[in-house]
Design a protein around this ligand. Sequence first.
Ligand SMILES: *[C@@H]1O[C@H](CO)[C@@H](O)[C@H](O)[C@H]1NC(C)=O
Length: 274
Amino acid sequence: MKLFVALLAVGLPALAAAHSWIVCTDYLENNGWYWNEAKCRAWPRNAGQYNLRYRQFGTGGSFVHRLDNHPEELPLCNDPRDDANSYNDVHPMAAYYLGQTVVLTHPTNNHVSDSSCRRNHWQGDTENLMFVVDGDEDPCCIDSDKLIQIFDMGVSPYGDEYSDEVLRTYPKVGFQNAPKFCEDPEDAMGTYNFTIPMDLKPGRHTFVWKWIRIPSVNPFTTCWEADVFATKAERDAYYIATGRTTEDMWDFYQVNNIVDGVIVDPAVDPIISG
Ligand SMILES: *[C@@H]1O[C@H](CO)[C@@H](O)[C@H](O)[C@H]1NC(C)=O
């Protein structure tokens, strides 16, 4: 019994720290420092059930999806597709337009090789991809040919071949783009951006994020739906009708003047100025 308790105590934090998932599917700030739910316009499947909006960022509940070592057998999505019940007024579905740059947020869960606070630089990053699903049904599995890759979000630098300077500099490509990682390695926010392809057929699609941290750990995935419009004007009309801002995403490093890691003369946050 004692041994069992000891194993639990050691094993559970390790498990809790080993995951990530997409929290927001249409975030207003690219490369940002801190999560703010007011900057999130749209959410993944069943975000309401997991209270993604109001829970502390990075705490997962059960909203994680890691495929086990049968990638050809396990369903791609944590929750099966159910558009009528997976979204609500507090956690609405995304709407995108062709050519849009979309910002996603995710918790870091310790997986960043940032030299400011980590002497070990071997937190790996192997693959960060975006897919759309061909058709209306959830694909069987991660190896399905119904997954169409639309964007490669790159891989973060890690390992001893990179200088400390590179490993503490943001923005970064890939998973480890979390400038405030060292303040809260477990729950810090990372952001990605991807572009909606110009040749995507307008209409509703399922989008899938896939992250491979290291090859020996199987992929993590998050699934969500979005209505894709041909033009920004159409997307804007839809967001206005559903009570959301039509602002395009801004870049944290373009609206703020950062000197020696400190914001000087901060620009007015566009979400507040309206
Ligand atoms: C958007 O993401 C791509 C791919 O990761 C990256 O190369 C690019 O720098 C990002 N853009 C900005 C403005 O951060």
